[in-house]
Design a binder for this molecule. Structure first.
Ligand code: SF4
Ligand code: FES
Length: 266
C-alpha cells in the first residue's frame, strides 16, 4: 500500500524544526510502524539524506522507549498499543499520516521524533523506590500480600515510562506516570516506610521539572499503552494530603515543644 508521511524534522533542540513530506510507496501491511520507518530510512540513507531519528529498543511493547504522535494521537490509533506494536494493516491505501514528537516543555526535543525523558528518571529518583532490604525472590514470597493489593500493584507496575500520558494531556501533566509508581509501591508492605513522603517528594519533583497539574481530563488514560487507570492519581492525592497533614502536625508539635515554658510571655 502507498502512504504519504509528513514527519517533523528538527536537527537539534535549538533548530526551529519543520514538517517534511515523504512518499512511502510500497508498505507491507504486516510491517510494524517502526519497520515501515526503517524502510523509509533505508531509502533516505541510500540517497545520502539524513535518516529520521526515532527511539526504539525492545519493539515488543515492554521497554517504553518508543513513542510519537500519529495524526495527533500518542502511539497512534490502536488503543492499549505502543507504536512499536502498531501494524500497518491498521491503516489503508492512500492514508496521509502526520508524525510529531511528544510536545511538552519537560520533554525537550533531541532530534526529529526523539525527546529527552530524563525528567521521568528524576521523578523516580526523588521517591520511586524502597530503601528497606527486600531480600531475594524467596524472601519476597514469605511476606504475604493480599490478592487484591497484588493485583493493584501489578497494574501500577505495568507503566513503562513512555511519556504518552504527558504528550496527550493539555496540561502536560505527569500525574498518571507518577501515580502508577506511587500506587505500585504504596500498596505493598515493602513500600510502607516511605509511602507518604514518597508522594510529597515525587509530586514536588514533577512540579520542579515543569509538568502541569492534573485537572481530570482523562486524555492520559485514553492513550496509555498499558491502560493505567485514573484511579492511580486519586491514590497519589490521598497519600499526598495525608502526608501533608502529618507534616503539619509534626511542625506544630515541634513548635510547641521548643516554645519556652509559659509561652515566653510575662
Ligand atoms: S502511565 Fe501509561 S502513558 Fe504514562 S508513562 Fe506509564 S505507560 Fe506511558
Ligand atoms: S520499543 Fe520498547 S516499548 Fe516500543
Amino acid at each position: 500500500m502507498r502512504l504519504t508521511l509528513h514527519i517533523w524534522r528538527q536537527k537539534s533542540a535549538s533548530d526551529p524544526g519543520r514538517m517534511v513530506k515523504y512518499d512511502a510507496p510500497d508498505v507491507n501491511p504486516d510491517m510494524s510502524f517502526l519497520e515501515m520507518l526503517d524502510v523509509v530510512n533505508e531509502g533516505l540513507t541510500l540517497k545520502g539524506d539524513d535518516p529520521i531519528a526515532f527511539d526504539s529498543d525492545c519493539r515488543e511493547g515492554i521497554c517504553g522507549t518508543c513513542g510519537f504522535m500519529i495524526n495527533g494521537v500518542a502511539h497512534g490509533p490502536r488503543r492499549g498499543t505502543t507504536v512499536c506494536q502498531l501494524h500497518m494493516r491498521k491503516f489503508k491505501e492512500g492514508d496521509v499520516l502526520y508524525l510529531e514528537p511528544w510536545r511538552a516543555r519537560a520533554f525537550p526535543v533531541i532530534k526529529d521524533l526523539t525527546v529527552d525523558r530524563g525528567a521521568f528518571d528524576r521523578i523516580i529518583a526523588a521517591g520511586g523506590y524502597i530503601s528497606v532490604p527486600a531480600g531475594s525472590a524467596p524472601d519476597g514470597n514469605v511476606i504475604l500480600v493480599p490478592k487484591e493489593n497484588a493485583e493493584i500493584a501489578m497494574d501500577g507496575a505495568a507503566c513503562i515510562g513512555c511519556g504518552a500520558c504527558v504528550a496527550a494531556c493539555p496540561n502536560a501533566s505527569a500525574s498518571l506516570f507518577t501515580g502508577a509508581k506511587i500506587t505500585h509501591l504504596g500498596v505493598l508492605p515493602q513500600g510502607q516506610p516511605e509511602r507518604r513522603e514518597r508522594a510529597i517528594r515525587m509530586v514536588a519533583q514533577a512540579n520542579a521539572e515543569g509538568f502541569g497539574y492534573c485537572t481530570n481530563i482523562g486524555e492520559c488514560e485514553a492513550v496509555c499503552p498499558k491502560e493505567i487507570r485514573l484511579e492511580v492519581i486519586a491514590r497519589t492525592n490521598r497519600d499526598f494530603i495525608t502526608a501533608s497533614w502529618a507534616r503539619r502536625e509534626r511542625f506544630r508539635n515541634d513548635a510547641a515543644i521548643s516554645e519556652p515554658l509559659g509561652g515566653g510571655r510575662t
